[in-house]
Write a protein that binds this ligand. Sequence first.
Ligand code: CMP
Length: 140
Amino acid sequence: MLERTLGIVKPDGIRRGLIGEILKRIEDSGLRVVALKMKQLTRSEAEGFYYVHREKPFFNDLVDFMTSGPVALFVLEGENAIERYRRLMGATDPKKAEKGTIRSDLAESMQCNTVHGSDGPDTARFEISYFFAATEIVKR
Ligand code: CMP
């Protein structure tokens, strides 16, 4: 199924100059970048994005981290894009991520895990529309 998914290079990835490396892995996998921008999230934007995690013990630290510097936001498109990008990223905890995945190779910790990706079709729809207007997404 042709899908779109929302991806983020998190502040730790931006600080370490990893935008190019991450987009290279994505492009080499055959997924198409159909929207892309840099953004400094406000607290309320980060809280809204991670609303489903609002009761988790790590929520405040997560919001602190996600607002600690700019992020790169992008929309990917392709057949089964959601699952393919999740496989490229690897498990949330870089210590548990498979070798060769973005998080296994590049991420520092469970919190500073360098990239985000939507975890399913409903989440992808919510997350894409949270950051991108329809007019910011290109056809290719
Ligand atoms: P992400 O895929 O963006 O979704 C929620 C984020 O919360 C996750 O990546 C991690 O950055 C963070 N996270 C998830 N679980 C934990 C945890 N147990 N401790 C700290 N941070 C976490």
